[in-house]
Design a protein around this ligand. Structure first.
Ligand code: SF4
Ligand code: SF4
Length: 354
């Protein structure tokens, strides 16, 4: 994914200059108007990152590949019913595992929509076709420069393969003349990997890529709620306490201090759909088997059905009670971002395992 990256950051990346309309940040409720369609075109990932549900919850949801036909119907409905402007081809999965990923990008671009991909880049089968499809934003998500560091939080990944694929992607981008495609290396910061931010930044710039970094956080919402309820198994709790630079429990307490009644961008502004066409309440939840977070089959739901199913949702009540929706969008709330930087700095001064 995808994961550990705020939705607003995705939106910001889609707006020239990164300036979001005022309405995106307002704290008063307004009529939901989804502008982003987030679709998992595959139902799997090749890695098992412990901060991500793929690694910490396992194969909960059915896997598979989305057909182009289903994808076209979903996009058509999202445009017709909601006026969607952007399509994001990932949530909890590795979209480059789809053998026809470039054709999905092509389709989105043929409709004049913004298109974003994100990849761990351990696999890159057809760099030329992807770049020739001219996605607007291609994110490379990683957490280290050497295998020893990277492999700890991108479990089962191989950073040397990633670097080789980064070189291939850079060459393919030049060959395709895809200069308008932003390739952004997105570095997840933990306690153990801060010293490798600089070499990865330099390597990325050498290849003509942009670079950004952010404090890693713990996903998905289901696990975070268990952490806050004291129900996480001791080993996982230790992982959360020992590995994150941003202290997770304290950071949620800081988000809670912002008070109630902040609208949730993640609820209002995006439609999140799994590989089988099911609509999820939002991008932060993972388990879509039978529970309340699977709202229904997107193609069979009217706009009213969707609004109704999202309204007063039980999961949102639990989430907003802690302001977790703000926690997951922290870098779009300057006051929270400053607090999080302070919290992380203080936490980094603490001896490991303390
Ligand atoms: S690469 Fe890691 S973080 Fe991304 S979806 Fe796969 S397991 Fe999750
Ligand atoms: S309030 Fe929480 S659960 Fe509900 S949509 Fe927002 S982030 Fe998701």
């Amino acid at each position: 994914m995808s994961m550990l990256s705020g939705w607003i950051e995705r939106l910001r990346s889609m707006v020239p200059g990164g300036q979001l309309p005022e309405s995106t940040m307002e704290s008063t409720p307004r009529t939901p108007h989804p502008r982003i369609l987030t679709v998992d075109i595959v139902g799997m990932c090749n890695l098992r990152c412990p901060s991500c549900p793929v690694g910490n919850m396992g194969p909960v949801n059915p896997s598979g590949l989305m057909s182009e036909e289903l994808f076209h119907r979903i996009v058509e409905k999202a445009v017709t019913d909601f006026g969607i402007e952007s399509v994001v081809l990932f949530n909890w999965t590795e979209s480059l595992l789809h053998p026809r990923v470039a054709r999905f990008v092509q389709h989105v671009k043929s409709l004049g929509l913004y298109c974003m991909l994100s990849s761990n880049l351990n696999v890159l089968n057809d760099a030329d076709a992807i770049m020739e499809a001219h996605p607007d934003h291609f994110r490379i998500s990683l957490s280290g420069f050497t295998q020893e560091v990277y492999g700890k939080t991108h479990r089962q990944g191989n950073i040397e393969r990633v670097k080789q694929n980064m070189r291939m992607l850079s060459t393919a981008r030049q060959r395709a003349g895809a200069h308008q495609t932003r390739v952004v290396v997105y570095y997840h910061k933990y306690r153990h990997n801060l010293h490798e931010v600089a070499p990865m930044r330099e390597f990325s710039h050498q290849l003509g890529f942009e670079f950004s970094d952010a404090w890693a956080y713990y996903m998905p919402l289901e696990k975070l709620l268990r952490l806050l309820d004291g129900q996480l198994p001791p080993e996982e709790r230790r992982f959360v306490e020992d590995e994150f630079a941003l202290p997770i429990v304290e950071s949620i307490a800081a988000a809670r201090e912002l008070g109630p009644d902040h609208r949730c961008n993640l609820l209002d502004d995006q439609l999140v759909i799994d590989v089988h066409g099911n609509l999820a309440i939002c991008c932060t939840v993972f388990d879509l088997r039978d529970g309340p977070n699977r709202l229904g089959s997107f193609l069979e739901m009217s706009s009213e059905d969707i609004s109704r199913s999202k309204r007063d949702h039980a999961t949102c009540a639990k989430c907003t009670a802690h302001n977790i929706h703000l926690h997951y969008s922290y870098y779009d709330l300057p006051e929270l971002q400053q607090k999080y930087d302070d919290l992380a700095t203080r936490n980094l001064g603490r001896p490991e395992g303390d």
